[in-house]
Ligand binder design. Structure first.
Ligand SMILES: Cc1cc2nc3c(=O)[nH]c(=O)nc-3n(C[C@H](O)[C@H](O)[C@H](O)COP(=O)(O)O)c2cc1C
Length: 203
């Protein structure tokens, strides 16, 4: 059975524009995959903890060498990774926060990037272990960054996902959301067109 994981990161919860548009993508995907499962993780409502020194050290220890606290911390990271591994498609609701991704998403990335589990280094360089998945970034921004040389967020997120082996990444933009009602409405309509255009991708 196909599975889609929607990860929301907006401070506005499910009402956030990125969450709403990500849900619209998920609904269209579900219409194409009636038997498919949609799972939603809201990182703003349930923030993942930053990894600390003890947790990072525990990632490199065998299970029986970990303290009870370390076992709990690694177990939490394992759960996030299992959820990610189970997904065929990952949809990220992704507002820009201070020229970057929401900090909760960075904390999530730090939990799921695990040497030997989601990536490994080989003599030929790093190899991502989460292969055969697609990701869709649904990006909302108050201003405009796309294609004008100021968008550091998009290459960073694509690069991170590629590093984990998720090579197939589509991007939906809703930009200028804080630049007045007209530009907001245009941004939403344009994002919806972009989402619709992804219907052609069957996965
Ligand atoms: C904490 C915070 C920081 C923000 N920083 C930026 C920024 O650096 N650049 C920008 O264009 N918009 C910025 N915005 C505006 C949001 O990206 C914009 O309102 C977006 O549409 C919010 O999407 P959402 O409704 O999904 O949360 C920021 C918003 C918040 C809450």
């Amino acid at each position: 059975m196909k599975s889609l994981l929607q990860i929301n990161t907006s401070l506005n919860g499910s009402d956030g524009l990125s969450s709403v548009l990500a849900s619209e993508y998920a609904a269209r995907w579900k219409a194409r995959h009636p038997g498919g499962e949609v799972h939603v993780r809201d990182l703003a409502a349930e923030p993942v903890p930053h990894i600390d020194a003890a947790t990072f050290a525990a990632f490199g220890l065998s299970p029986d060498a970990r303290t009870p606290q370390q076992r709990e911390a690694v177990g939490y990271s394992d759960e996030l990774i299992a959820e990610l591994k189970a997904a065929d498609v990952v949809v990220l609701g992704l507002p820009m926060h201070n020229f970057s991704i929401p900090s909760v998403l960075k904390a999530y990335f730090d939990q799921v990037a695990r040497a030997g589990v989601t990536f490994r280094y080989t003599e030929a360089g790093p190899e991502g272990l989460l292969k055969g998945k697609r990701a869709v970034l649904v990006q909302t921004r108050g201003g405009r960054y796309r294609d004008n040389g100021t968008d550091t967020q998009t290459p960073y997120v694509i690069g991170f996902l590629n590093f984990l082996g998720i090579a197939d990444v589509d991007v939906v933009y809703a930009e200028g959301t804080a630049m007045g009602a007209e530009q907001l409405n245009e941004a939403i309509a344009d994002a919806r067109r972009q989402i619709k255009s992804l219907d052609a991708l069957a996965a």
